[in-house]
Design a protein around this ligand. Structure first.
Ligand SMILES: Nc1ncnc2c1ncn2[C@@H]1O[C@H](COP(=O)(O)OP(=O)(O)OP(=O)(O)O)[C@@H](O)[C@H]1O
Length: 953
């Protein structure tokens, strides 16, 4: 089976009858793997994910692998050919004509040398004539001066172009060589080659500039390589993909272990390439002689062990891969380059205080792997330099040299290398010290033992930090801090914002029921009507609250509810009501400030991991890896949930066709439209049939046809016995799917019950929507039209209140009025009044005529069209939303936005209407913007039967 087949289908049809005992009958009739087989399947799923990701992200992998090559520098030969057109001057005293002749012979072709008696004058004139040409082409001039004591050869070089000093020196030395040999055959070539430098320092000092160069250049390359390992875990965390994977019950250590193994394997490829380069391109032999190759390999290996988990730790605090990568690369560069120079510089000063500071900095910076690897490179070079001091010449030359030095210069350092003779020659000289080779691994500097140890410890520390974070230690410390700092008590004292509302009796009864189910106590009389037979609840959420750090208001305030088995519970509320926060607490993403929840007895606060394993979660923002296709993501989640390959294929295929993803299922999800991404998120929550499914706005942005397909998938899950909690801003969706609904407002539960119950309780009567004509009353006079519109709207309100007694204005915009009409008004009455108004007729034709009414005079009707319907869930929802808006800004009408219309009185307004018998009638018009009818009507505005109060004067 090829790789693609494995990637798509997993390990193929490996389940056989003999393996059946490895499965357990899970929820909803699906068999789930258990024990080691499940663990192996999950590890396999994680690896497949990384293979696919790496396959799609090949540019990143290539960059990771070849990143170190950026540090290679070519060598540069310094001669006049670097400047195509040079012109310079030469001043020659008569005694040095022959030398100057040789000098001039080094210039040919486009290079020009002019003789002068006044060098300064000539240079100034050249600069004055053409400054640009002077700066860029007058690279070096020379003076050959014959003076009394000695002849002087002076070179005057430009400072702006690079390498002029080197070129000038090369010209002069070659002129001298030609003069000395009287031939043009021999030349001295001058090169500039920053890495590696020449070897003249070999005998001068233990400290080598070359080792500093290595210590600086290699970490630069490695800084980016190791920082790149942060990208994948950060993406997984940031997109919530990690959370949904862990919620399947897959052990988080397996996730990290597979991530590390994969990254380390990738790193090993880079390591081997770096290693081969060192072994093949090492002219000085620092890394190829003796123990050096082994030491280098170990250093690079341990750098991977230390730096990869450090990248993982850095993936936690950042929100985007770009910022995390940049900061980590910077930290690596500062530790690996800047600190190396600082520590070595302080040590070079050879002052006790500075040496102590340098030692402290050395150990402090060693916690960042970039530093020990940098010093490790330096130490390899230093030890190599030390060990090869005596290997500069072959045996014969060394012995001859030693004899000569022993005779004439016993204090020469090279005497340390004279180890032949008995006793060895080196032991007989004044210093009495024979050079001993150092081990690369010794702990004493410049051995690299301490560097290797630091890297090893780094790995353990960073893995320890990951374990610490994943074990929930931060949560533990947050709770501890809350307890120590009395935050819990302060939380209890926080008063809910806005006015304190009466709590609905159903909400109280639901909370009582949850408490009695959680504690096993007897249900109270309140709850008995809610228990229709026995209660079989999957989820119980009890007194959950969340107060975000630094916020005065609780995002969720003491809510209790249950979700029955095989039930779809709708969680409704306006933006910011606290729905997502509720989901986040129940999925372990946020820690509740107070309260607890259980799923089949597993407690959120005590068994968080086991609790969340039962949940399939479709978060508000899509949680999947964009580089994987829909099918690959579904396979990943199914495998993590322990499905066998055969069941998985079937389940995935059916979900893909159910939600309508067939066309794009095999494309990377980065190419999906917004609606298709939501469909995939829903399918991911449903795959593997988890017992409880949280769907946070699953169909936002999904077209109406596809939405119904998603509904079918959700209904199928409910029919399977799965429980679903759904948030949606589509009331149609909630009515179609949910058997019970809870409405949240400003963090609190406002009502709970079946849709029928909520409509009956909070939405009595009908809803009437009237679309108004806003112009066309005059012959195009806009301001007159406006005035007539305002008058007519006010008249219409009076008429509706009169002919449809008890109607309440619930909403008003320019061009629209919305009323709630009580049941006491019959459908027939409603339609005949509205039809008359629409036709511009007097509604008196349908009811006893009152000639004094303002609309009785014939004119163009303001009613363009109207619609009347039974109260919908949306209207119940809107009434709560309006109530919340009014609470937020008391005194400001919730949704009345039509400033052109005279505002509806805040409690009741009195409008005078001319009467037929010269008497004045006064109508009290009830205010719009009231809460749900069940919360009580204004006694001022209504009679007891609900009709408008009319007072005749
Ligand atoms: N991380 C946070 N820090 C501080 N406040 C937050 C945080 N997350 C949410 N909130 C606040 O908590 C309240 C509830 O937010 P939440 O996202 O739960 O609402 P919601 O009902 O899901 O809204 P929507 O329908 O827009 O998704 C809001 O006032 C929000 O500003």
């Amino acid at each position: 089976m090829n790789l693609d087949a494995i990637l798509e289908d997993g390990l193929g049809n490996s389940s056989s009858s003999s393996q059946q005992q490895l499965f357990s009958k899970g929820n909803n009739g699906l068999e789930r793997m258990t024990g080691n087989r499940l663990l192996m399947q999950r590890i396999k799923a994680f690896f497949i994910k990384r293979i696919i990701y790496s396959k799609r992200k090949w540019p990143l992998i290539i960059t990771q692998t070849f990143d170190f090559l950026i540090s290679q520098e070519p060598q540069l030969v310094l001669n006049t050919s670097l400047f195509p057109y040079s012109s310079s001057f030469m001043k020659v005293d008569p005694d040095l004509e022959s030398l100057s002749f040789q000098y001039r012979s080094l210039f040919s072709g486009s290079h020009e040398v002019s003789s002068t008696d006044n060098m300064t004058g000539s240079l100034l004139k050249a600069a004055h004539d053409n400054l640009l040409h002077y700066r860029e082409n007058n690279i070096c001039s020379a003076e050959f001066l014959s003076e009394e004591e000695a002849n002087t050869l002076r070179i005057l070089t430009q400072t702006i172009p690079f390498h002029t000093l080197g070129i000038g020196t090369s010209l002069v030395t070659n002129a001298l060589l030609r003069l000395a040999t009287n031939s043009t055959i021999h030349t001295i070539t001058t090169t500039n080659w920053p890495l590696p430098p020449d070897t003249t320092w070999l005998f001068s000092s233990e400290f080598s500039t070359s080792s500093l160069v290595y210590a600086n250049m290699m970490p630069l390359a490695l800084a980016f390589l190791s920082a790149s390992f942060l990208v994948f875990p950060l993406q997984e965390r940031e997109t919530n993909t990690k959370q949904v994977q862990v919620m399947t019950g897959a052990p988080v250590w397996a996730l990290w272990a597979t991530t590390f193994l994969w990254d380390f394997t990738t790193y090993m490829i880079s390591l081997l390439l770096i290693y081969i380069c060192f072994m093949t391109m090492d002219p000085n032999g620092y890394f190829t002689k003796g123990e050096a190759p082994g030491a280098l390999f170990l250093l690079l290996l341990l750098y991977g062990w230390g730096s990869i988990p450090m990248a993982y730790v850095f993936s936690f605090p950042f929100q985007t891969a770009a910022s995390g990568f940049a900061v980590l690369a910077l930290v690596n560069i500062v530790a690996g380059q800047l600190m190396t120079v600082v520590v070595w510089g302080l040590r070079m000063a050879e002052q006790p205080t500075l040496t102590t500071v340098s030692d402290i900095l050395y150990w402090a910076t060693s916690v960042i792997p970039a530093y020990p690897v940098a010093t490790g490179f330096g130490h390899i070079v230093q030890v190599g330099v030390h060990n090869s001091k005596c290997n500069q010449f072959n045996e014969t030359v060394t012995q001859e040299l030693c004899k000569a030095l022993y005779a004439f210069a016993q204090d020469n350092d090279f005497m340390q290398c004279c180890r032949y003779g008995d006793p060895p020659l080196c032991s007989k000289v004044g210093t009495g010290v024979c050079l001993e080779e150092w081990s690369y691994y010794r702990l004493q500097q410049p051995g690299m033992g301490s560097d290797l140890l630091s890297l090893f410890v780094n790995g353990i520390i960073f893995f320890g930090i990951i374990v610490f974070i994943e074990a929930g230690a931060p949560i533990f410390f947050i709770r501890l801090w809350r307890r120590i700092s009395y935050q819990d008590r302060k939380f209890q004292q926080v008063k809910p914002q806005g006015q304190v509302r009466e709590v609905d009796e159903d909400v109280v009864a639901e909370a009582d029921l949850v408490t009695s189910l959680m504690t096993g106590s007897q249900p109270t009389a309140n709850t008995l009507p809610m228990i229709n037979g026995s209660v079989d609840a999957t989820l119980l959420a009890s007194m959950l609250s969340k107060q975000y750090y630094g916020c005065l208001v609780r995002a969720v305030d003491n809510i209790s509810f249950r979700v029955n088995r095989g039930e779809c519970l709708g969680l409704l509320g306006v933006n910011g009501a606290g729905k997502t926060t509720t989901f986040k607490m129940l999925t372990g993403d946020e820690v509740p400030t107070a309260g607890d929840a259980t799923i089949d007895g597993l407690s959120l606060s005590h068994e968080r991991n086991k609790f969340v394993q039962n949940i399939g979660y479709c978060p508000q923002f899509d949680a999947f890896l964009d580089d994987l296709t829909g099918v690959e993501m579904l396979h990943l989640m199914g495998r993590l949930r322990g499905m066998s390959e055969a069941q998985l294929r079937e389940n995935v295929n059916s979900l893909v066709s159910l939600v309508g993803l067939t066309e794009c299922a095999k494309r990377p999800s980065s190419t999906y439209s917004g609606g298709n991404r939501r469909k995939l998120s829903t399918a991911l929550a449903l795959v593997g049939n988890p017992p409880l499914v949280f769907l946070d706005e699953p169909t936002s942005g999904v077209d109406p046809v596809s939405r119904r397909r998603v509904w079918t998938a959700i209904r199928q899950a409910i029919n399977n016995g799965q429980s679903v909690v759904l948030t949606s801003h589509s009331m149609e969706e909630c009515e179609a799917l949910c058997s019970r609904i809870i409405i949240m407002s400003r963090g609190r539960l406002r009502c709970v019950g079946t849709t029928g119950h909520l409509k009956a309780k909070f939405g009595q009567g009908y809803s009437l929507q009237v679309k108004l004509r806003t112009h066309g009353f005059t012959q195009g006079n806009k301001s007159e039209d406006e005035q007539i519109y305002v008058t007519k709207v006010n008249e219409l309100k009076i008429v509706i209140n009169y002919f449809l007694p008890g109607s309440t204005l619930t909403d008003q915009h320019k061009g629209m009025l919305a009323y709630r009409v009580p049941i006491s008004v019959s459908w027939g009455q409603l339609f005949s009044v509205m039809e008359a108004l629409k036709a511009g007729r007097d509604p008196g034709a349908a009811t006893p005529l009152r000639e004094d009414l303002p609309l009785a005079s014939p004119s163009t009707s303001i009613v363009e069209v109207y619609a009347a319907s039974d109260t919908s869930l949306e209207q119940v929802f809107l009434s709560f939303a309006r109530e919340a808006a009014m609470e937020q800004a008391p005194g400001v009408p919730g949704t009345v936005t039509d400033n052109s219309v005279a505002p509806v009185a805040s409690s009741a307004s009195i409008i005078q209407v001319p009467g037929t018998n010269n008497s004045l009638d006064m109508y009290e018009v009830p205010t719009g913007n009231q809460g749900p009818l069940a919360q009580g009507e204004s006694s001022q505005s209504k009679n007891q039967d609900g009709s408008p109060k009319i007072t005749e004067l």
